[in-house]
Design a protein around this ligand. Structure first.
Ligand SMILES: C[S@@+](CC[C@H](N)C(=O)[O-])C[C@H]1O[C@@H](n2cnc3c(N)ncnc32)[C@H](O)[C@@H]1O
Length: 246
């Protein structure tokens, strides 16, 4: 098990605000469209599909789905989505919102090892903004990778452990600009891109894209950037590596 009780409790405490686009989860609302576009286009590229229909019929696992911002958006595009989260409040908020929108997502409360059957495999697995909140990143990622069907595609987004991320993501975002509640992140738990790759290599997964994401706090806008020294997202598939330039 990789959940940290204090972290889950902290997210649980915020669960009622999950779908408030101007509340504490505002940064996730802001990045959601950007990361959805990224996921759609990477899948289209991987499967040789058109972006307009790239998610249709795919099974997708959103690990650490929170209140379901991305799970719901993926389901709206035709994917069959299972969302897993260890926070009871977040899963309740996710279920309630999906129901109110008439969107079908299979939300499950607990850690992936507990709520997924050993046979379950998914075309797409996503672990977005979650590895920096778990106790054992390699174990968490090994579980996520084991859920991936042969030929599948895995996405991980997190924050790099750099001097820049300490200044921007902790001091700037939590203390000066208050974009995130204080204590949202601990710098020591940020994850370097190569640490992700090393953890996923034993499962035969290779990184094929790495993209930096910039959050502009005062404007509440998000955009891609060359630097991966703060926020970034990475794509992994089985087989030979093929990096796309940002
Ligand atoms: C920052 S939120 C990200 C939510 C969502 N992935 C997103 O990006 O919109 C992290 C979520 O991971 C969940 N979480 C943390 N550790 C977990 C674990 N070991 N298993 C399942 N969920 C976990 C928390 O409860 C929280 O909802």
């Amino acid at each position: 098990m990789t959940a940290i009780a204090a972290e889950i409790e902290r997210f649980n405490h915020l669960s009622a605000t999950w779908w408030d686009s101007r509340g504490p989860m505002r940064p996730l609302h802001v990045v959601n469209a950007l990361r959805l576009d990224y996921v759609v286009s990477q899948i289209a590229l991987h499967l040789g599909r058109d972006t307009a229909s790239s998610l249709a019929g795919l099974s997708m696992l959103d690990v650490g789905c929170g209140g379901g911002l991305l799970s719901e958006a993926l389901a709206r595009q035709g994917a069959q989505v299972v969302g897993v989260d260890a926070s009871p409040g977040n899963v309740a908020a996710a279920r309630l919102h999906a129901q109110s929108q008439g969107v079908t997502v299979d939300y499950r409360l607990g850690e992936p090892t507990a709520v997924l059957s050993p046979q379950e495999r998914f075309d797409v697995v996503l672990a977005l903004e979650v590895v920096e909140h778990v106790s054992n990143v390699p174990a968490f990622l090994a579980t996520a990778a084991a859920c991936l069907a042969p030929g599948g595609i895995l996405f991980v987004s997190t924050i790099d452990r750099t001097v820049k991320s300490f200044v921007v993501a902790i001091v700037g975002a939590e203390y000066l600009l208050r974009v995130l509640p204080r204590g949202t992140h601990q710098w020591s738990m940020f994850v370097r891109p190569d640490e992700l790759s090393n953890a996923l290599a034993p499962a035969g997964l290779q990184r094929r894209d790495l993209r930096g994401m910039r959050y502009v706090p005062l404007l509440h806008r998000a955009a891609w950037c060359r630097s991966t020294q703060v926020n970034y997202i990475a794509t992994y598939t089985h087989g030979a590596a093929r990096e796309d330039k940002p």
